[in-house]
Design a protein around this ligand. Structure first.
Ligand SMILES: [Zn+2]
Length: 100
């Protein structure tokens, strides 16, 4: 009778360990899979909304920008930056960062 109890408790312990191992594996999979793509999407949309020069409508150059009302405004060339500085109110309607 004593031997049987020992066998039974060993089986229960092994079954318990197996459950814990399965739980840990499942938990890891659930945590690591959805995290990566969500984060990268947030970074690209939040940091960089403007893609087009408000003066000429060309693709912007990230090295050419000025700050207006605390927000960065990007241009396709330095000539456009000068035009914007001369009359910024004329162009901000075209900028997504000033739409609110
Ligand atoms: Zn330009």
């Amino acid at each position: 009778m004593n031997g049987q109890m020992k066998k039974l408790s060993t089986i229960i312990i092994l079954a318990g360990l197996l459950l814990v191992v399965m739980f840990v594996f499942n938990g890891c999979k659930k945590k690591s899979e959805p995290a990566a793509p969500v984060e990268s999407n947030e970074i690209t949309s939040a940091v960089f909304e403007q893609t087009i020069c408000p003066i000429m409508g060309e693709a912007i150059n990230k090295d050419i920008y000025t700050e207006y009302k605390g927000k960065k405004v990007y241009f396709c060339c330095s000539g456009c930056a000068e035009k914007f500085k001369a009359d910024p109110e004329k162009y901000i309607a075209k900028l997504p960062q000033f739409k609110d």
